[in-house]
Design a protein around this ligand. Structure first.
Ligand code: ATP
Length: 272
């Protein structure tokens, strides 16, 4: 990572600055993954530092979701994946989840026929989850109000918040979040960004995001993949201050714009 960091304004920002110097929560080294005969990840190296949001960026098909799935043990790979310094490549997913990896998949995967409260109850895996439910309700007051509503009748943004809330119920060391704003209207994107900011104050996040304005708002660090390889790694502010580099790496025609209401440029080939 490079570049001077601005003075932190909040406790969460202070923790993020301290986290940059702390040992990584997640380290991936020379990760190779093959899918359907294709060599999709070709030696990915990245590190995710505590109390920070690391955005995993790249054009469509670059290998972002594949990276998350391999870290989670849902796809076989070779190389090295370390969680809090321990090798975990090949460890079954259920054990990784117990070790503190939370996952918010691209399609949210809430149980549509169950209520908000039932969805939260099902996600709880530790005795502390009951205590954390109060905290989650503080973070997402909308979910408290809607606790009897069936999850399938929530809006896309509300379902995304429920998916994030489910992951926060457990004391996760690391949250993997895949394209949380995909397919959401700009006004709802702002709500999801706010929810992720709250989540990021609680834990460390590896975020796959195609909306560069969202990535800019949330991320302290960035890793850019290109055809299964790391094309760039560094602090987010440094990359986003260089529109030419953003365009070269991500194929957008202009800068992602200043932090503010989302709706900015999306990575080339991104879905609307
Ligand atoms: N089951 C599969 N069999 C073969 N190839 C696959 C399979 N799933 C994904 N791929 C390929 O792996 C590559 C990486 O896919 P991946 O979903 O990781 O990309 P991504 O960066 O997350 O893309 P997007 O932004 O479009 O979601 C793509 O070329 C994709 O076609």
């Amino acid at each position: 990572m490079s570049g001077a960091r601005p003075a932190p304004a909040t406790a969460a920002a202070e923790a993020a600055v301290a986290g940059a110097a702390a040992p990584p929560v997640l380290e991936v080294h020379d990760l190779h993954v093959r899918r359907g005969g294709a060599h999709v990840l070709q030696g990915v190296d990245l590190a995710v530092h505590p109390h920070r949001v690391t955005a995993l960026l790249g054009r469509n098909g670059a290998g972002k979701t594949t990276t998350l799935l391999a870290v989670l043990g849902l796809l076989p790979g070779t190389g090295r994946v370390r969680l809090d310094g321990e090798d975990v490549l090949g460890v079954p997913t259920a054990r990784l989840v117990r070790r503190g990896i939370g996952y918010v998949p691209e399609d949210r995967e809430v149980f549509g026929a169950l209520t908000v409260a039932e969805n939260l109850r099902l996600a709880a895996r530790t005795p502390q989850a009951a205590e954390r439910l109060d905290r989650v309700h503080e973070l997402f007051p909308d979910l408290r109000q809607r606790h009897r509503q069936r999850a399938g009748t929530l809006s896309g943004g509300q379902q995304q918040m429920l998916a994030i809330a489910r992951a926060l119920l457990n004391p996760n060391r690391l949250l993997l979040v895949d394209e949380p704003t995909k397919g959401l209207a700009p006004a709802v994107v702002a709500d999801v960004v706010a929810a992720l900011q709250r989540a990021a104050a609680e834990t460390t996040v590896l975020l796959v995001e195609q909306n560069l304005r969202v990535a800019r708002q949330l991320a302290g660090d960035v890793v850019v993949l290109d055809h299964g390889r790391v094309a760039h790694r560094g602090d987010a502010a440094g990359l986003f201050a260089d529109p030419g580099r953003v365009a070269a790496l991500l194929g957008v025609s202009g800068p992602p714009g200043p932090p503010g209401p989302p709706g900015g440029a999306r990575t080339a080939g991104a879905r609307p």
